[in-house]
Design a protein around this ligand. Structure first.
Ligand code: NA7
Length: 538
C-alpha cells in the first residue's frame, strides 16, 4: 500500500485529538487522526464501568475555545456520567464536522522520524503507512490499563473485567459473588453500584484512600442557564487558576483558624460535596499541620459513617491528603454498613495468585463468580511506552526514558531527539492535577502556535535542546520537593524502585503558572529549542 501523506498525524480521538484536529485544520493543514476505537471519546469511550463519572464539575468539563460551541451544550448533572460525556464528545465531533478526518479502528504500531526526509513515518495495524511533518500524541495520560500480573489469572473460571475496558453491553452482576481489586476513583465509583446487584462484594484493598462525598444531583434549568451566562468566567478559570477550575477556598491556612473555625469550613465543603476538601485551605499540599487537620477530618467522618469500627479502621488513609488525587464518591463509605460488603487489607493478607474459583490470599481463598480489576492505568507514560516511537537515529522513547524510570521532556510537550513530535498532556506537564479540558486547550493552543511559527518562518523542524530538558526536569523536581507530594508513593511520583525517587513526572506549580512559562518560551522565539530550515523537495 502506498504512503498516505499529511501535514500532521494525531493519535487518539479523545478531547485532545479532537481539538488538535480542529485547530490544525483551521490553520489549513491536512490532518489525520488515528484512533483504535470505532468511535470518538478516548478514555470515555472505554471506561464504561457502573457509576463511571468525571470528578470535575460538569460545567467546567467541556471546551471553552468556542463560545458558540460552549453555549449549545447543557449538562444534565453536577458530575457528568460517562454516557453523557461520550454524548458530548460525539456532539463536538458532529458540530465541528471532524469525523471525515478520523480513521477509526486503527492502531499505531510504529512511528519513526526519517532524518533524510525530515518526516515522521507512521505504521498502523491496518498495514498502512502515514507520512507527516508533525506527529502529535493525544493518547492521554490514563489510557493503558494496568492489570497486575497475578499468577493464574487465566485459570479463573468466572468472569473478569477491568473498569477501564468494561464491556459495552450491560454486565449482569445480580446474585453474584464479586471481588473487586483496587479502590482508586474507578473502584470507589463502581462499588456502590455493584453492591446494589451483587450477592457479596469484597474489596481487596492495598491502600485506603480519602473519599469526599460528591453530592451529585440533577442541575436545575436555572443552574444550566447560569453556566451559559458564566461563559467568560469559566473560560477565564481555564487559564488563571491552578487547576483550570474554580474551587471554594477560605484563602487561608488551617493554622489561622481555631478548632471550631477549622471544623466550620470543613463541614461546609463536606456538605457542599466535591473536591473542595483539597482547596479549602491554601497550604494543604505543603504544610503538614494543615494537612493533618484535613486528613483527620476525613478519618473522623469515616468513623462516624461506618458502624463497624474494624472496617472503619481498615479504611483510614494515612498518607498526606491531596498527595494522591482526592477521590469523590457517592455513598462509598455507607456501603460498608451492609452485611454483604466486605473489605480485606492486602497489606495484612496479600494476594498470592488467582485460582479457578477465586482469589487466593496468603490466608484463605475468597471464592467468587466475578473478579473486577479496578487497578488503574500505566499512568502518564504507559501509552507512549507501549507504542514503538523512534526519534532521530532510531532512538526509542523506551531508551530515552530508561523504560520509564527516567522521564525527560521539555515542558512536558516535546523531547530532544524527537523533532516535530508533540505530547498533549504528557508527563512533566500539570495536566493530571487539573481539569483535563483546561489543560488540553492550553497544550493544543501552544502546539498550534508553535506550528504556525514553523510554517511562517519556513522551518522544517523544531526540537528541544538537551539542556532544556535537564532544566525542566530539575524545575519539576524542585517544585515537587517543596510540597508534600514526594512523601507519598503514587503514580504521581513515577517509578519508585527500592525506595529510590527517580524524578517527579508532574509539574505541580499549577496550570496558570505553567501557561505563563510556556507562553514566555513561545514569546522568546521558542527559547530552548533548536530548528532546521526547510529544504527543497523534502
Ligand atoms: P487508580 O486511581 O490508579 O487506582 C488503582 C487502584 O488499584 C488503587 O487502589 C491501587 O492501589 C490498586 N492496585 C494497583 N495495582 C494493584 C495490585 N497489584 N494489587 C492490589 N491493588 C492494586 O486508577 P482508577 O482507574 O481508579 O482511577 C484513575 C484515574 O481516573 C483517577 O486518578 C482519576 O483521575 C480518574 P494503591 O492505591 O496503588 O495501593
Amino acid at each position: 500500500m502506498g504512503e498516505k501523506k499529511y501535514d500532521a498525524v494525531v493519535i487518539g480521538a479523545g478531547f485532545a485529538g479532537l481539538y488538535m484536529l480542529h485547530r490544525l485544520r483551521e490553520r489549513g493543514l491536512s490532518v489525520k487522526v488515528i484512533e483504535a476505537a470505532d468511535g470518538v471519546g478516548g478514555v470515555w469511550y472505554w471506561s464504561r464501568y457502573p457509576g463511571a463519572k468525571c470528578d470535575s464539575d460538569s460545567i467546567y468539563y467541556n471546551f471553552t475555545f468556542s463560545e458558540e460551541l460552549y453555549k449549545k451544550w447543557r449538562w444534565k448533572d453536577r458530575y457528568a456520567s460517562q454516557p453523557e460525556i461520550l454524548e458530548y464528545l460525539n456532539f463536538v465531533a458532529d458540530e465541528l464536522k471532524l469525523r471525515p478526518d478520523i480513521q477509526f479502528k486503527t492502531r499505531v504500531t510504529k512511528a519513526s522520524f526519517n532524518n533524510d526526509r525530515k518526516q515522521w513515518e507512521i505504521a498502523t495495524d491496518t498495514d498502512e503507512t502515514f507520512v507527516a511533518k508533525y506527529f502529535i500524541s493525544g493518547v492521554g495520560c490514563l489510557s493503558t490499563t494496568n492489570i497486575p500480573p497475578f499468577e493464574g489469572t487465566e485459570s479463573f473460571k468466572g468472569e473478569q473485567y477491568h473498569t477501564g475496558r468494561w464491556p459495552h453491553e450491560k454486565v449482569d452482576l445480580t446474585g453474584k459473588r464479586v471481588v473487586i481489586i483496587g479502590n482508586g476513583s474507578s473502584g470507589i465509583q463502581a462499588m456502590p453500584e455493584i453492591a446494589k446487584e451483587a450477592k457479596e462484594l469484597t474489596l481487596l484493598m492495598r491502600t485506603p484512600h480519602y473519599v469526599a462525598e460528591a453530592r451529585n444531583k440533577r442541575l436545575t434549568k436555572e443552574e444550566q442557564d447560569q453556566a451559559i451566562v458564566n461563559y467568560e468566567d469559566i473560560r477565564d478559570s481555564f487559564t488563571t487558576t491552578t487547576g483550570g477550575i474554580r474551587m471554594f477556598t477560605t484563602g487561608k491556612s488551617a493554622t489561622e483558624f481555631d478548632a471550631a473555625g477549622q471544623k466550620e469550613a470543613l463541614d461546609y465543603v463536606w456538605e457542599s460535596g466535591g473536591l473542595a476538601l483539597g482547596s479549602v485551605y491554601t497550604d494543604t499540599g505543603v504544610n503538614k499541620e494543615t494537612n493533618f487537620v484535613v486528613s483527620q477530618y476525613v478519618r473522623d467522618k469515616i468513623d462516624e459513617i461506618i458502624e463497624d469500627a474494624e472496617k472503619a479502621q481498615l479504611l483510614h488513609p494515612d498518607y498526606y491528603i491531596t498527595t494522591k488525587r482526592l477521590i469523590i464518591g457517592t455513598n462509598f463509605y455507607e456501603i460498608f454498613n451492609e452485611d454483604h460488603v466486605n473489605i480485606i487489607s492486602l497489606k495484612e493478607n496479600p494476594i498470592e495468585s488467582i485460582a479457578e474459583n477465586g482469589v487466593k490470599l496468603r490466608e484463605g481463598t475468597i471464592e467468587c463468580d466475578v473478579i473486577i480489576f479496578a487497578t488503574g492505568y500505566e499512568a502518564m507514560t504507559g501509552s507512549l511506552l507501549k507504542m514503538d516511537i523512534q526519534g532521530r537515529d532510531g532512538q526509542s522513547i523506551q531508551e530515552k526514558w530508561g523504560e520509564g524510570q527516567d522521564v525527560k521532556t521539555y515542558l512536558g510537550l516535546t523531547m530532544e531527539n524527537f523533532p516535530n513530535f508533540f505530547m498533549i498532556t504528557g508527563p512533566q506537564s500539570p495536566s493530571v492535577l487539573t481539569n483535563m479540558p483546561a489543560a488540553i486547550e492550553q497544550h493544543v493552543d501552544w502546539i498550534d502556535h508553535c506550528i504556525e511559527y514553523l510554517e511562517t518562518n519556513e522551518l522544517q523542524t523544531i526540537e528541544a535542546q538537551k539542556v532544556s530538558e535537564v532544566k525542566w526536569g530539575k524545575e519539576c523536581d524542585d517544585l515537587a520537593n517543596s510540597t508534600l507530594f514526594p512523601h507519598t508513593n503514587s503514580w504521581y511520583t513515577g517509578a519508585n524502585i527500592d525506595g529510590v525517587q527517580r524524578g517527579f513526572v508532574i509539574y505541580v506549580g499549577g496550570l496558570n503558572n505553567y501557561k505563563v512559562i510556556c507562553d514566555k518560551v513561545a514569546d522568546n522565539n521558542y527559547e530552548g529549542f533548536s530548528f532546521e530550515k526547510a529544504q527543497a523537495n523534502v
